[in-house]
Design a protein around this ligand. Structure first.
Ligand SMILES: NC(=O)c1ncn([C@@H]2O[C@H](COP(=O)(O)O)[C@@H](O)[C@H]2O)c1NC=O
Length: 532
């Protein structure tokens, strides 16, 4: 019998008893182990004539709750987890008379096999979730410095071979470490099988009536970010802020190249993202420019050239555009750069920039100029915090299911092709204005925007006031339905000729009647775009 430099006490607790008897025999007869075992395992061993102490005898605590608690005892876990090189751990063991355990042999209740059978009830499957086994395995794996953990009968011969060999402690430690890693992998796979099973939709029906009638079915949401930049401050100077990136390899602002200008601020990043999202509503075929202020667009324009688009977007509300953030969807050229150098602007972002344009812009040292290659790619989900948690929702996608094909003309007059185009433009912009949102547009340019109002007619009035005489012959978009006919009536008085809105109010007929009375075209999209 080789001499031992580890505890010869082994705990065997296995559901799959394959190879158990010869292995246990070898442990006892050839290597001098004393065996501890849980009920069923102890029975098999003693029937085979192998000396074994039941865990319940060792702990003085009987197995209870029909086997739900067998090995969960400090006399077991203290013996497994003790760091034998530490005198304080040793003192604890001595004080309580706990012998260290050097080998733990466990395999789990066959959960996967159980749930693979047809017609297994949730209650039956739940009983097959092994608690004590993974606890033993995790404890032994954690203390790999002193304990060997075997989780598969296929490991038995290899372990016996190691015991018989003359190899040194470093090789034994390497073996224990490898077994520990394998053990944690098995625990992980076991838990994954449980999670997958519990996610089966049909299980909800099997829940007892006294259980929660609306259990949360979602998986745990894990949010992890890599710090990209400690920002100078947050929304206000007294708020600390950091910018995190979820996946450095995926498209996003971390891939933007800043050609010049001061460091990006928290508010710059928010406004840049708002500008990107608006620009992403439009394809690259036609030039689009947007000026964003406080996360709302104050001017958006669609034109054959980028310079013309910027000129129109800026002119849409040149008062608000002061200090704005500009988003462009085409390569920033010399002509556009020239226009950008005139007003005071905070940032400009474009998918690319010519050398000439970059040179011109360099005269405006403080203007932040960014090149964002994958500007169409936005987040798939959005996240907002609240006391005690956060909310996650799918992003409102650009050019999603909301298209002309699904829209309905609800008025007597049908839109002309030009009106269809104008309404589509206004609708796309309106989606990016804080609710209640109203956008008035004419010839591919916003002329009035009512943002973040607490009542819809108030937003209409603000937008009309800003549009002034331009409202005549313009189109109007509303992000939510009209609760009353008043918004349509006010719009009609200013000469609005077409309206796009989701529809869905019980008073839709009133709004439609008001539109018909004023010869206004109205489209109901069937989809709304609140933005809070
Ligand atoms: N509850 C406990 O304390 C506990 N301790 C060990 N087991 C598991 O019981 C099985 C062995 O039981 P038995 O020796 O009674 O056949 C093993 O799969 C082992 O992972 C337990 N069972 C379930 O959690």
């Amino acid at each position: 019998m080789p001499s031992q430099d580890f505890s010869p006490l082994a705990l065997l607790s296995v559901s799959d008893k394959t190879g158990l008897i010869p292995f246990a025999q070898a442990l006892v007869q050839e290597h001098g182990f004393q065996l501890l075992s849980s009920g069923g395992t102890a029975k098999v061993l003693s029937e085979a004539g192998i000396p074994v102490t039941p865990v319940s005898t060792h702990t003085g605590a009987p197995e209870i709750l029909g086997g739900r608690v067998k090995t969960l005892h400090p006399r077991i876990h203290g013996g497994i987890l003790a760091r034998l090189e530490r005198s304080d751990d040793q003192e604890d063991l001595d004080a309580l008379g706990i012998p260290p355990i050097g080998l733990v042999v466990v395999n789990f209740y066959p959960f996967e096999e159980t749930v693979a059978q047809a017609g297994v009830l949730l209650a039956e499957a739940t009983e097959q979730i092994d608690i004590g086994g993974p606890t033993l395995v995790r404890a032994a794996a954690k203390n790999y410095a002193h304990v060997t953990v075997l989780t598969d009968p296929a490991q038995y011969p290899q372990y016996l071979q190691l015991l018989s060999s003359t190899c040194g402690e470093s090789e034994r430690l390497a073996f224990r470490f490898q077994c520990a890693r394998r053990a944690f992998e098995q625990v992980l796979a076991y838990d994954r099988a449980i999670v997958n099973y519990l996610a089966r939709p049909e299980l909800t029906q099997q829940l007892q009536p006294q259980s929660d009638p609306s259990p949360v079915q979602e998986d745990i949401f894990q949010l992890q970010g890599i710090p990209q930049q400690r920002l100078r401050y947050g929304e206000n100077p007294h708020q600390a802020a950091t910018w995190y990136v979820v996946d450095p390899a995926a498209p996003g602002w971390h891939q933007a190249k800043q050609l010049q200008g001061k460091e990006l601020s928290y508010n710059n990043l928010l406004d840049l993202e708002a500008a990107r999202a608006i620009v992403a509503e439009f394809g690259p075929e036609q030039a689009v420019a947007v000026v964003v202020k406080h996360n709302n667009p104050c001017g958006v324009a669609l034109r054959p050239s980028l310079a013309a688009a910027f000129r129109a977007a800026f002119a849409a509300d040149s008062v608000s555009a002061f200090g704005g953030i500009v988003g462009l969807n085409q390569t920033l050229d010399r002509e556009t750069a020239h226009l950008l150098t005139e007003p005071f602007l905070e940032c400009v972002v474009a998918p690319d920039c010519t050398l000439e344009a970059a040179e011109l812009l360099s005269a405006k040292k403080n203007l932040r100029v960014l090149i964002l290659p994958n500007w169409q790619v936005g987040p798939a989900q959005t996240i907002r915090t609240l006391a005690g948690g956060f909310l996650v929702q799918d992003a409102d996608p650009p050019q999603g299911s909301d298209s002309q094909q699904s829209w309905r003309v609800v008025t007597e007059r049908q839109p002309t092709p030009e009106e269809w185009a104008e309404l589509e433009f206004a609708w796309k912009v309106c989606k990016h204005v804080k609710s209640n949102a109203i956008v008035i547009a004419k010839q591919g340019q916003t002329v009035g925007i009512g943002a973040g109002q607490m009542n819809r007619v108030g937003a209409v009035e603000i937008a009309l006031k800003q549009a002034r005489s331009e409202a005549a012959g313009a189109v109007l978009a509303s992000d939510g339905f009209f609760p009353f006919a008043d918004s349509v009536e006010v719009a009609a008085q200013s000469g609005i000729r077409a309206i796009i809105q989701p529809g869905g109010s019980i008073r839709d007929p009133d709004s439609i009647a008001a539109a018909n009375a004023a010869d206004i075209v109205m489209i109901c999209t069937g989809i709304r775009h609140f933005l809070h």
